[in-house]
Design a protein around this ligand. Structure first.
Ligand SMILES: [Zn+2]
Length: 485
C-alpha cells in the first residue's frame, strides 16, 4: 500500500514543516483581509493583498482571471499534474464585529464583516499552495500547483464563471476547505442553485382618482409569491425556494406601483431538478404578469451546481487529518470559545454536534476529535460555487476547526473569532492537510487515476450544463479606488 512507504511518511512531515515555516506571513494575510471586509466582486484590497504575498512567494500571477478584476491565479512548478487549491476572500454585509470580543459589538454599525471566515479560507489555501511549491522546488519534482483566488462566493458564483472561461480545463484535482467547528472531510452535500431577479412593469396611476387606469407591478410580485408558495407542496422536499422583494415600487400607497422587483433563490438537490423547478417558477412569474396586465423580464444573477463527492480523494484527505490529529488548541483558546458559546442557545450547540452524529458534550467548546467521512444526518447545507468546479474536476474539501462548537454560520460570532489564535491554528491545520494531500497526489499518479475513475463513474452519462448561462456576465463592482497594476 502506498501509505505504508516510509518515503510518504517522511514527505508528509516535511511538508508540514514547510507549512509551519511560513505560517506567520499567511496569518498576517488572513488578519489583513479580516481588517478590510469587502463584498461580492468588490474585494479589491483583499485580492491585492493575496497578489502581493503570492508574488513575494515566487508564484507566477494572473490577475483578473476569467474577466473578473478581483480574481487571480498564482501558479508554480512545471510539467506533471496540475493541482488547484481554491481560496476565497469575500465578506458578508451587516456582520461587522470586533475581534476577540464575545458580545455583539460592531466595528462599523451595519458594515461588512468576515462572518463566514473567508479571510482564513483564502489565506489557508494560499499557505498550502506555497508549502507545496517549495516542496516541488526542493525535490525537483514535476508538477504544478495553482492557487485560485475566487471572489464573490457569497452569491457571485465566480468559480462558475471561471469554469465557463475554461480555467479548470487542464486541472487534474481541485482541493479546498472551509472554516467550521469540527475538523473532517467535507460531506459532498450541497444544493444546486440559481438566483434571478424578476422585474415587473405596470402603469402608474392615482390610486384613488383613477385606479382603473393603473396596473400594479407590486400586485404581480405578490401574486407570484402566492403562486410559488402554493407550489411548495408539490416540489421535492430537498428543494428550497427563498425570495426577497428588492424593489416594492416606492413608498406611496396612493400611487399604483409601476415597477417592482423580486429576487428568487431556487435550490435543488441536483442540476436537472433545479432546471425543472426554475422552469415552473418562471411559469408562475408569467402567470402573475398575465393576471395583472404587467410585463415581466428576468435578470439572471448567479448559479452554482451541487457538489459531486470523490471517494478516493475523501479517503486520502481523511488519512491525513487522522495522521495530524485535531488542532492543538490550548486552555486560552478553549476559554474564549466557551465565552462565545455563552452567547449561543443550547440548541445551537446541540445541533452542531448532532449534525455529525455526535452526542452533545456540554463543556466541550472546541473540536477535539476528527469526524469520519460521511458522518452525520445528511443535513443539507446551502450551496457553494465549489459545486460547479466539482462537475468538471475531481474535487475534495476539508472542514477546518477554527471556531467554537455551535457557532452559527454567517454570524457576528464567526467574525469575532476570525483573528483568534484558535482560528490561526485551525487554518494551519487545514493547510497541512491540503498540502499533504496534494503532495501525495503528485507523488503517486495512481491516486489521480483512481480519483478520475470515481469522477467518471459518478457522473456517468449526465451532461454538465453550467448553471450560469453563456450570455450572463459576472455582476462586477467598480473599484472604489484606482487599483495598483
Ligand atoms: Zn463561506
Amino acid at each position: 500500500m502506498f501509505h505504508g512507504k516510509g518515503k510518504v511518511v517522511n514527505s508528509t512531515s516535511e511538508i508540514w514543516q514547510l507549512v509551519e515555516a511560513r505560517r506567520e506571513r499567511f496569518f498576517s494575510l488572513s488578519d489583513q483581509v479580516w481588517d478590510t471586509p469587502e463584498l461580492n466582486y468588490g474585494e479589491w484590497r483583499s485580492s491585492a493583498a493575496h497578489a502581493a504575498v503570492l508574488e513575494a512567494e515566487g508564484f507566477r500571477l494572473s490577475r483578473g482571471a476569467g474577466g473578473m478584476p478581483t480574481a487571480l491565479i498564482g501558479e508554480a512548478g512545471a510539467g506533471g499534474p496540475v493541482i488547484a487549491i481554491l481560496g476565497e476572500y469575500d465578506a458578508l454585509p451587516g456582520l461587522s464585529q470586533q475581534a476577540g470580543v464575545a458580545r455583539h459589538q460592531p466595528l462599523a454599525p451595519g458594515g461588512a464583516g468576515h462572518g463566514c471566515g473567508h479571510n482564513l479560507l483564502g489565506s489557508g489555501s494560499a499557505l498550502a499552495a506555497s508549502a507545496l511549491k517549495d516542496y516541488l522546488q526542493r525535490h525537483g519534482l514535476a508538477g504544478r500547483v495553482r492557487y485560485y483566488g475566487c471572489p464573490a462566493e457569497e452569491g457571485g458564483s465566480s468559480k462558475g464563471f471561471m469554469v465557463r472561461a475554461g480555467l479548470f480545463d487542464d486541472v487534474d484535482i481541485a482541493i479546498s476547505w472551509h472554516p467550521a467547528a469540527f475538523a473532517g472531510v467535507n460531506n459532498a452535500i450541497s444544493l444546486a442553485c440559481n438566483e434571478l431577479n424578476f422585474h415587473f412593469a405596470g402603469r402608474a396611476s392615482h390610486a384613488a382618482a383613477a385606479p382603473h387606469l393603473g396596473r400594479s407591478a407590486l400586485d404581480a410580485v405578490e401574486l407570484m409569491n402566492v403562486g410559488v408558495n402554493y407550489m411548495r407542496e408539490h416540489m421535492p422536499s430537498t428543494a428550497r425556494i427563498h425570495y426577497a422583494i428588492i424593489d416594492a415600487g416606492g413608498v406611496a400607497p396612493n400611487l399604483v406601483q409601476a415597477r417592482a422587483v423580486v429576487r428568487y433563490l431556487v435550490r435543488a438537490r441536483d442540476l436537472g431538478t433545479l432546471r425543472g423547478l426554475l422552469w415552473r417558477v418562471e411559469k408562475i412569474a408569467e402567470g402573475a404578469a398575465l393576471m395583472t396586465e404587467t410585463t415581466m423580464t428576468r435578470q439572471f444573477i448567479s448559479g452554482d451546481a451541487n457538489l459531486i463527492g470523490n471517494t478516493p480523494l475523501e479517503a486520502l484527505m481523511h488519512r491525513h487529518i487522522e495522521r495530524l490529529g485535531p488542532p492543538g488548541f490550548d486552555d486560552a483558546d478553549r476559554a474564549f470559545a466557551a465565552e462565545i458559546q455563552s452567547t449561543l442557545s443550547e440548541a445551537d450547540i446541540r445541533v452542531s454536534f448532532e449534525r455529525f452524529g455526535l452526542t452533545p458534550r456540554p463543556g466541550v467548546a472546541l473540536c477535539d476529535t476528527i469526524i469520519p467521512p460521511g458522518s452525520g444526518d445528511g443535513t443539507l447545507v446551502g450551496s457553494t460555487d465549489v459545486g460547479t468546479v466539482s462537475w468538471v474536476v475531481p474535487t475534495v474539501q476539508m472542514r477546518g476547526a477554527t471556531y467554537a462548537i455551535g457557532t452559527p454560520g454567517h454570524s457576528w460570532q464567526v467574525t469575532a473569532q476570525g483573528k483568534s489564535p484558535a482560528a490561526h491554528k485551525g487554518m494551519e491545520h487545514a493547510a497541512k492537510v491540503m498540502a499533504a494531500t496534494a503532495l501525495d497526489l503528485i507523488l503517486d499518479a495512481g491516486l489521480i487515476e483512481a480519483a478520475k475513475a470515481d469522477f467518471r463513474a459518478r457522473l456517468g452519462a449526465t451532461p454538465f450544463v453550467n448553471p450560469i448561462p453563456d450570455d450572463v456576465e459576472p455582476p462586477l463592482e467598480p473599484a472604489p479606488f484606482a487599483p495598483a497594476e
